[in-house]
Design a protein around this ligand. Structure first.
Ligand code: LRH
Length: 489
C-alpha cells in the first residue's frame, strides 16, 4: 500500500486539495476540497486573501482526516512571481499584492533604462513581464522593505506558516527574474537595484526537499492529519510540466489555465538573440530542466467574460455557443496589455476591435469564438516561433490543465499549427506536484517513469490537423501582429 499524498494546488482563480495514492501501478486521484481564489481591492491595491487561502487549506486537511487518513505527505504549488513580506516577528507585514495590480505599470521601463534588458536577460534568461518580482520589489516602499526580515514567494510562505520552516524553492524563485543562471544564486547587482539583501530571501532549495512536519499547534486547532510537507516544484507551471506525459524529446507543452504557457522542456537554457528578441523565458524546472516558454493571455479572457455575463453560462456552454459562431471574424493580439486587468473584458475586446476597425463581436457566442479563434492563432504563431528559435520541429503538442477540455480550441490549434495534439490530463498541475512527492518518498524512480505512469493513468484525447481548412489565415494573422496589415470590416 502506498503512502497517502495530498497536493495543495492553488491557481489565480481557484484552489484545490487532491488526495492520491498509487494503486495497481496507477496514480489514483480524488478531489477533497475546492475553493475560489481571486484578488480584492484593499488600500488601493489588488490583494490576495492569503489568510482565507490558509483557512481553506485547513478545511481541506480536516476533510482528509474525516475520510480516515491520519498520516499524509503534502506538497504546495501556486502561481508565480508574487510574494509576502514577513517582519522580524515572523508575521506578514501586509496582504500580498497581485501581479495584475497596476503598481508595476511603468516599473519595467524605468528599471531597464538603468540596467539594459540584454544584460538582465543574459544573467537570468527570464522573459520581460512588467509584473515580475524584480519590478514589483522595485515599486515597493523602501522603509517597508527595511522592516522586512524575509521575502517569501507565496507557496514558500504557505509552507512556512504550516511548518515554521522557511526556504525559497527554485522553480518559483526563477520567475522573480533575479536568479543568476550561471551562479545558481540570486544576482547581487539586481538585488542591489531593488534594495534587497540576499539574506532576506530564505535559503534556496531544489524541488523535492523535505520541509518538515506541520506544527503541533495546527493539529490541535484544526484536527488535521499528521503531515510531512515536501517542497515540491512550487511554481504551478513547473508542476504542470512535470505532470505532462510527453513522449520523446521533441514535444511542446501548453499548460492551459488562467494563463496559457506554451513551450518546451530543455536541459540547457536557450538565451540566444532570437530567444531574447522573442521574449522567451527559461524558468528553472525540477531535476535540472528548464521551461522554455512564453506567457499567453489564456483562459483569463474567457473567465472574465463568463463573469461579465453574471456567470449565467458555464465554460462548457460558452464553448458550445462559440462553436455556433464563425471563427476568425477578427484578429486580436491576445497579449495586448488592455486585456491584463480590464474593468470589463467584453468591453475591452469590443474596444480593441473598434480601434482596429474590425467586426465587433456582440453575442456571447461571438465573443467566446473571438477569444478561442485568436488564442488558437496565437498558439500556432508561437509554435512556429519556437521551432525557429530551437532550430528543430516540435512534433507534438501536449495540452494540459482545464483548457485541455475545450475541444473546439484544441481542434482549431491542431489545424492552424499543423501539429498533432494530445490533450490531458486536466489536473496535470496537481499530478506534477504529487509525483515530486512520490519520487522524494522513493515510490517512483524518476520523472521519466512518472510520465509513463501518468500516461497509463489518465485518458489522453488526440486531435489531428484538418487539411486545407483555413487557407492562409495564419499568415494573415502574423502580418496583422507585425502591423503589416490593418484590417477593416
Ligand atoms: C500561472 C503562472 C504563470 C506565471 C503567472 C504569474 O498560474 O504561475 O506561470 O507567469 O502565473
Amino acid at each position: 500500500m502506498s503512502k497517502t499524498y495530498v497536493a495543495v494546488d492553488i491557481g489565480a482563480s481557484s484552489g484545490r486539495l487532491m488526495l492520491s495514492q498509487i494503486k495497481d501501478g496507477k496514480i489514483d486521484l480524488q478531489e477533497v476540497h475546492r475553493f475560489n481564489n481571486g484578488f480584492k481591492k484593499a488600500d488601493g491595491h489588488d490583494c490576495w486573501q492569503i489568510d482565507q487561502i490558509l483557512k481553506e487549506i485547513f478545511t481541506g486537511l480536516k476533510k482528509v482526516k474525516q475520510l480516515g487518513f491520519n498520516e499524509i505527505v503534502l506538497g504546495i504549488d501556486t502561481w508565480a512571481v508574487d510574494y509576502v513580506l514577513v517582519g522580524m516577528d515572523g508575521q506578514k507585514i501586509q496582504n500580498p499584492i497581485s501581479y495584475r495590480d497596476a503598481r508595476t505599470k511603468d516599473a519595467l521601463e524605468k528599471l531597464t533604462t538603468d540596467v539594459p534588458k540584454s544584460l538582465i536577460y543574459k544573467k537570468t534568461g527570464i522573459q520581460f513581464l512588467n509584473f515580475n518580482t524584480l519590478y514589483q520589489l522595485y515599486t515597493e516602499n523602501k522603509d517597508e522593505l527595511k522592516k522586512t526580515d524575509k521575502i517569501m514567494m507565496i507557496p514558500d510562505y504557505i509552507g512556512y506558516v504550516l511548518t515554521g520552516n522557511a526556504v525559497t524553492e527554485v522553480t518559483n524563485a526563477s520567475t522573480t527574474q533575479m536568479l543568476n543562471l550561471r551562479e545558481g544564486l540570486f544576482d547581487k547587482d539586481l538585488l542591489k537595484k531593488v534594495h534587497v539583501d540576499q539574506n532576506q530571501f530564505p535559503r534556496l532549495v531544489e524541488s523535492g526537499t523535505i520541509l518538515g512536519n506541520i506544527r503541533h499547534a495546527w493539529h490541535v486547532k484544526y484536527d488535521i492529519p499528521e503531515t510531512e510537507v515536501i517542497t515540491v516544484a512550487t511554481h504551478d507551471t513547473a508542476s504542470a510540466v512535470l505532470g505532462t506525459p510527453g513522449i520523446g524529446d521533441h514535444w511542446a507543452f501548453l499548460s492551459s489555465g488562467t494563463w496559457s504557457l506554451l513551450g518546451t522542456e530543455l536541459n540547457v537554457p536557450e538565451i540566444g538573440d532570437l530567444a531574447f528578441e522573442s521574449n522567451y523565458t527559461n524558468e528553472w524546472g525540477a531535476y535540472g530542466t528548464y521551461r522554455f516558454l512564453k506567457n499567453i493571455m489564456g483562459l483569463w479572457m474567457i473567465q472574465n467574460v463568463k463573469h461579465n455575463l453574471n456567470d449565467q453560462y458555464s465554460f462548457a456552454q460558452l464553448a458550445e455557443l462559440a462553436g455556433q459562431a464563425k471563427p476568425f471574424e477578427q484578429f486580436i493580439d491576445v497579449n495586448d496589455e488592455s486585456f491584463i486587468n480590464p474593468e470589463n473584458m467584453i468591453e475591452a475586446i469590443q474596444t480593441y476591435c473598434q480601434k482596429t476597425s474590425q467586426v465587433v463581436p456582440q453575442t456571447p457566442g461571438e465573443i467566446a469564438m473571438a477569444i478561442y479563434s485568436n488564442l488558437a492563432l496565437y498558439y500556432a504563431n508561437e509554435l512556429e516561433n519556437l521551432n525557429n528559435i530551437l532550430g528543430y520541429k516540435l512534433e507534438a503538442l501536449n495540452i494540459v490543465g482545464g483548457g485541455s477540455n475545450v475541444k473546439l480550441l484544441n481542434q482549431l490549434t491542431s489545424t492552424l499549427a499543423d501539429i498533432p495534439i494530445f490533450a490531458g490530463p486536466s489536473e496535470a498541475t496537481a499530478i506534477g506536484n504529487l509525483v515530486v512527492q512520490m519520487i522524494t518518498e522513493n515510490e517512483i524512480n524518476n520523472i521519466a517513469d512518472a510520465r509513463e505512469i501518468i500516461r497509463n493513468s489518465y485518458q489522453i484525447n488526440e486531435f489531428h490537423p484538418e487539411t486545407n481548412k483555413y487557407g492562409d489565415i495564419l499568415k494573415d494573422y502574423q502580418d496583422f501582429l507585425r502591423g503589416k496589415i490593418k484590417v477593416s470590416e
